[in-house]
Design a protein around this ligand. Structure first.
Ligand code: FMN
Length: 209
């Protein structure tokens, strides 16, 4: 298979899978290599390199989702989240996350964005969105890369609710802004059905020979 065909095949097989488990897929070192490859090879505007990644495996992954559950328990207690929504929807969902193997946390470090905004005045308002674009490229690389290792994954956004507790637990800089959480584990279920809007409405090609 050509490397382009392999890339397309991987893009096709990257899906959202919520049923994840802790069955062995590959040694942790393979995931560590993949995350290192993301940090080294994913591009950023003006080579800003403002994305920060935190890989939580095994018991540290479990701790992340316990922290998220504890955060929500506080919100239920204060009446911010209704008890029935918590019991019927949110808690089972969070327990599903905890049942997986690992989570990649995606952050942006504003200290590495601000100097570029100051130096390049004409692009000043673009650096923040460009940083988000680059962060999303890290997310896509790792989502697809984890699929290539045999994991299933889903992308979550419990930020900013959990930011402070997570920074405290792993002693991370409090200035880092949490963007998303990619949960991965052994695939224990199939992805849901996915509809596609017509490709002709979404893609235009001109000048083809
Ligand atoms: C930028 C972005 C944000 C997303 N946020 C969430 C999320 O917070 N929770 C969730 O369960 N899925 C989230 N998803 C997953 C999408 O719902 C999913 O990718 C989409 O329905 C297509 O399905 P597929 O991933 O199986 O191709 C997100 C996906 C993207 C690209």
């Amino acid at each position: 298979m050509s490397s382009t065909d392999a890339l397309i095949k991987l893009a096709e097989s990257r899906r959202t899978i919520y049923q994840l488990g802790k069955n062995p897929v590959v040694p942790d070192s393979k995931v560590e290599d993949l995350v290192r490859a993301a940090i080294l090879n994913v591009p950023s505007s003006f080579n800003t390199q403002s994305t920060r990644l935190v890989l939580l495996l095994n018991k540290d992954h479990d701790r992340l989702w316990d922290i998220t559950i504890e955060t929500f328990e506080g919100l239920v207690k204060s009446g911010t989240v209704p008890e029935d929504v918590w019991k019927e929807r949110t808690l089972p969902k969070l327990q599903g996350m905890k049942a997986a193997t690992g989570t990649v946390l995606f952050y942006e470090d504003p200290a590495h964005i601000k100097p570029f905004s100051e130096k390049f005045a004409i692009y000043k308002d673009h650096f923040a969105p460009w940083a988000e674009h680059s962060n999303a490229m890290h997310q896509y690389f790792l989502w697809t890369g984890l699929e290539s290792l045999g994991f299933g994954a889903n992308l979550q956004h419990y930020n900013p609710l959990i930011d402070a507790a997570v920074a405290k637990e792993w002693d991370l800089p409090t200035e880092w802004r949490l963007i998303s959480q990619l949960v991965f584990g052994s695939p224990e279920g199939a992805p849901g059905e996915k509809t596609q809007k017509p490709v002709e409405e979404r893609l235009k090609i001109f000048g083809s020979k």
